[in-house]
Write a protein that binds this ligand. Structure first.
Ligand code: GDP
Ligand code: IMO
Ligand code: MG
Length: 429
């Protein structure tokens, strides 16, 4: 048995896709367990860039089985488009299996997402507007529509009617377009097409996954979002609507926690965040623009500028705790190559009191000022380094200091977007 969870340790976009793709060559199965097309994972293979939202990043390895688990909320339009694009590029999707228990994101979930954001005004979350929250709301309210309903068709129509009654009432009150008459007929016709196209990929995944574990196969779980966006453990309410921490991987595919061997936290060598919410080490102004441009920090899913800041070890230590991380992987080290000085947040100061732990309320967090330690930069190109010893001395010291502050071994360091641009200090499988 060998199972490894890859999880984001900050606010998402840490490079989970790249690391998953790299590790997938050693795995038999790669699994997405939660979230939906709010995720945007970039993979660069032989200089060619691919952006995935729902298909697991293991798809570029022809022998790897790729599973989309029950915990994912599925935008059928997006997943089908992704499949088509992959096929057009000669990448086989024959090993893709999607759980029949996965919930479907419906057109009214997009309207609800927009509507809820607009009601919040300046307290908006800054969602990706992909209908994620409203789809999970219906799941929790036990009125969601699952893939199995679509395949059976009659349950789909019945559940659609129930949901449209409810949503149309809200839309009517809000002065938003209702889904009835011709619009409803078109929706049904679209889903009839989706049904036909998705059917070959839908399967019963619980036994598939557990039997793979029993057979001693290597399973790689690809996290989406980051731990600070976790519904329970993140900076609520500025979070996403699923459990992004490692535990969510188990419920999201139907395996027990005893099955997990290692949990690899992915952390950028600095920090980024998209959307609203607290970000203690955020850099604004020129310094922020500079780091954003160096790191090309613009979202894969929405194209929004990512907020940027220094590495926050309070955040990553907290993430290590709530995930039970066993190892860390530091990505985008190369982005810091030209900086003369690099800061690391070692703790927070709250009215003179030094905190090493994450405060649980946003009000407390807002009062915290980061305490920085400044390290000299290395002012050298790290993108060609393939062994830890190849890194400039100051870059090695930076990684070792992160290791010390986060209390975890740094097993891998990424020094570029390409699959090959990686330093492996410790094998994960
Ligand atoms: P994910 O959502 O965690 O998979 O991360 P994203 O793909 O949204 O964002 C990470 C971005 O950084 C992508 O554009 C990657 O191609 C890129 N990337 C990943 N690792 C590295 C690295 O080590 N160096 C550089 N320069 N880019 C990287
Ligand atoms: P990957 O997997 C970065 C953020 C949104 C918003 C909040 C809630 O690429 O790391 P949602 O649409 O989920 O209801 O939005 O969560 N968010 C992400 N930020 N990377 C992601 O995924 C994200 N998925 C959601 O920006 O602040
Ligand atoms: Mg991303």
């Amino acid at each position: 048995m060998a199972s490894l969870i890859v999880v984001g340790s900050q606010w998402g976009d840490e490079g989970k896709g790249k690391i998953t793709d790299y590790l997938a060559s050693q795995a038999d199965m790669v699994l997405r367990c939660q979230g939906g097309s709010n995720a945007g994972h970039t993979i660069v293979v032989n200089g060619k860039k691919h952006a995935l939202h729902l298909v697991p990043s293991g798809i570029f390895n022809p022998d790897t089985i790729c599973v989309v688990g029950n915990g994912v909320v599925l935008d059928l339009g997006i997943v089908l488009l992704e499949i088509k694009k992959l096929q057009e590029q000669g990448i086989s999707t024959k090993n893709l299996v999607i759980s029949e228990k996965a919930h479907i994101i419906m057109p009214y979930h997009f309207t609800m997402d927009d509507y809820q954001e607009s009601l919040k005004g300046d307290k908006k979350i800054g969602t990706t507007r992909r209908g994620i929250g409203p789809a999970y709301m219906d799941k929790v309210a036990r009125q969601g529509i699952r893939l199995m309903d679509l395949l059976a068709w009659q349950p789909f129509l019945e559940k659609l009617d129930y949901n449209l009654n409810e949503k149309n009432e809200i839309f009517r009150r809000a002065g938003l377009p209702v889904i009835e008459g011709e619009i409803k007929e078109r929706l049904i016709a679209d889903f009839a097409v989706y049904r036909e196209q998705i059917t070959p990929y839908v399967g019963e995944t619980i036994y598939l996954v557990n039997e793979a574990l029993e057979a001693g196969q290597k399973l790689l779980f690809e996290g989406a979002q980051g731990s600070m966006l976790d519904l329970d453990h993140g900076t609520y309410p500025f979070v996403t609507s699923s459990n992004t921490v490692a535990a969510g991987s188990c419920s999201g595919v139907g395996i027990g926690p005893t099955r997990i061997d290692k949990i690899l936290g992915i952390a950028k060598a600095y920090s980024t965040r998209v959307g609203e919410g607290p970000f203690p080490t955020e850099l604004t102004g020129e310094a922020g623009d500079n780091l954003r441009n160096l790191g090309n920090e613009f979202g894969v899913t929405t194209g929004r500028s990512r907020r940027v800041g220094w590495f926050d070890s309070v955040v990553v230590r907290y993430s290590a705790l709530v995930n039970g991380m066993t190892h860390l992987c530091v990505t985008k080290l190369d982005i810091l190559d030209t900086l003369p000085e690099i800061k690391i947040c070692t703790g927070y100061s709250r009215t003179g009191v030094i905190l090493k732990k994450m405060p649980s309320t946003l009000e407390e967090l807002a009062k915290c000022k980061p305490i920085y330690e400044t390290m000299p930069g290395w002012l050298a190109d790290t993108s060609g380094c393939r062994r830890f010893e190849d890194l400039p001395e100051n870059a090695q010291k930076y990684i070792l200091r992160l290791e010390e502050l986060c209390g975890l071994p740094v097993a891998m360091v990424a020094v570029g977007a390409d699959r090959e641009q990686i330093i492996v200090r410790q094998s994960m499988f």
